[in-house]
Write a protein that binds this ligand. Sequence first.
Ligand SMILES: N[C@@H](CCC(=O)N[C@@H](CS)C(=O)NCC(=O)O)C(=O)O
Length: 278
Amino acid sequence: MSTSSPIVFYDIATCPPVGKTCFSPNPWKTRLALNFKGLPYSTTWVPLPDIAKVRSSLKVPPCRKFADGSDFFTLPIVEDPATDSSVGDSFDIAVYLQNIYPTSGAGDLFPPQTLDYVFTHESPFLVPLSECRESQFSEYAKFNMNIDAAFTAHVQLAVQGFQFDPATAETVKAEFVRRAGVPSITRWEDFAIVGEAREKMKLSLRNMLGNLATLFLRDTSGPFLLGTTASYADLIVGAWLRMMRATLPGSEWAEVTSWHAGLFGRLHDALEVYAEVK
Ligand SMILES: N[C@@H](CCC(=O)N[C@@H](CS)C(=O)NCC(=O)O)C(=O)O
């Protein structure tokens, strides 16, 4: 199989400089996985309001729905000319890369391991997460879903730090307000969480990471879940950490990296080798 035509990776355009401000966690999972596999690829930056058009033009069906049941068109998508495939869900992309390029780059994205982390959340999310489908790597699929839930429950801490592309920022903010569909949110600024409520959510984030840390402490040779061997499970957590680093005020990111004896700061930094934006 030829890899001469590079893969095209579609990510969401953010504030210039291109590639310095990307914060979307699911595209980050894909970027980390592509770099882990050492595959040649280029990034196509898609303005958020154009995602539905681009996804439809690539004939990739939506993989997420809004609470009202309507289609939610998302990125990432990976288009691979080598197999004439387009894959449009970050988990499916990682599985695809593993199946098509099993030994490339750093090797196995899905080494067998127990990933028994469960996050429980009382109230439903404003926008439901993708469902966990049957997968060849079901332990990882469940972990992905639980990690998405765990970080999504704290995403309000990050929202005011989203660095939108100025060309579409106002449209995007208005769309997010519309999607929230709750009377208490009529302007973008209403998403902000400040003061005591913010401190409470930070404590909850700290506790959530503390529970997650117990999995990382099974092998203390670190910084990864399997000690010195990185897997897609580390990339899933690492992608959300990238999002947090890009969006939290610097002093709060410093707090996050100091919690739990610096475990998550070390994980974030250890994944820097797979974080190049191409
Ligand atoms: N299950 C999907 C979810 C993808 C997803 O939710 N992507 C978000 C960015 S992290 C998105 O494209 N949002 C577009 C929007 O909010 O309009 C995956 O893992 O790829």
